[in-house]
Design a protein around this ligand. Sequence first.
Ligand code: NAP
Length: 253
Amino acid sequence: MTEPSTRVAIVTGAARGIGAAIATRQAADGRAVAVIDLDEQASAKTARAIEEAGGRAIAIGADVSDAAQVEAAVNRTAEELGAPTVLVNNAGVLRDNLLFKMSEDDWDTVLSVHLRGAFLMSRAAQKHMTEAKWGRIVNLSSTSALGNRGQVNYSAAKAGMQGFTKTLAIELGKFGVTANAIAPGFIVTDMTKATAERVGVSFEDFSKGAVAQIPVGRPGQPEDIASTASFLTSAESGFVSGQVIYVAGGPRD
Ligand code: NAP
């Protein structure tokens, strides 16, 4: 099936980092973009940059783990831009700690933003996609899904994203909707900068250590993830569904 003329994408956690790069790339690909993040002012920065580059975007402040805010955000997108048929579940947080020191709050927050957030957003957006008989969902997993010291909550959430994605692919395929996951490796963003700070090393040293393990010999950039998302949300990717693409400068699974 060909892509419908109304092309509207929702990108969550798009105020900065990987989400901002994905939103910008979606706009460059010709989509009107709903930029969702916790703080509407922060979302507005990305939306403004898209408009200044000649694209179309709206900024929405919403917590993806809150069902009412998610419903309102998806409804506003449909009213102001048209039916969203592309969804990128990117919003994320870290609350790293070793298991014996991890609080229930830190467990719940991480599972809630990543997994409950992706569930609520996908449930709200799928009705527009199934009605249009076309849709693309991309979920952000991570190489941490394979296990990572100090991230029992995050790795569980990111492994969960993979099972969630495969089930979406099975349930929604007959409506022309695909679902895939991207599992980034080390990408230069505020999130990896915060990790360096937490473990008490300079970002330069932290980055050097990470790059030493990366076959292509460089750190990932948000644009590396945005270009992968661009393919997975394109019309040409319609026979690719339920996959996890490791974008890590080498094989990580
Ligand atoms: P980032 O720079 O920390 O950006 C994440 C964005 O998500 C922030 O703008 C944050 O808003 C927003 N957010 C957090 N909780 C939210 C909520 N409940 N509702 C809506 N928005 C929320 O992170 P990033 O590095 O770009 O990561 C993006 C995604 O890629 C995440 O899912 C992350 O787990 C994944 N990932 C990243 C890497 C990496 O190396 N960077 C590797 C693998 C996977 P606030 O600023 O207000 O908190």
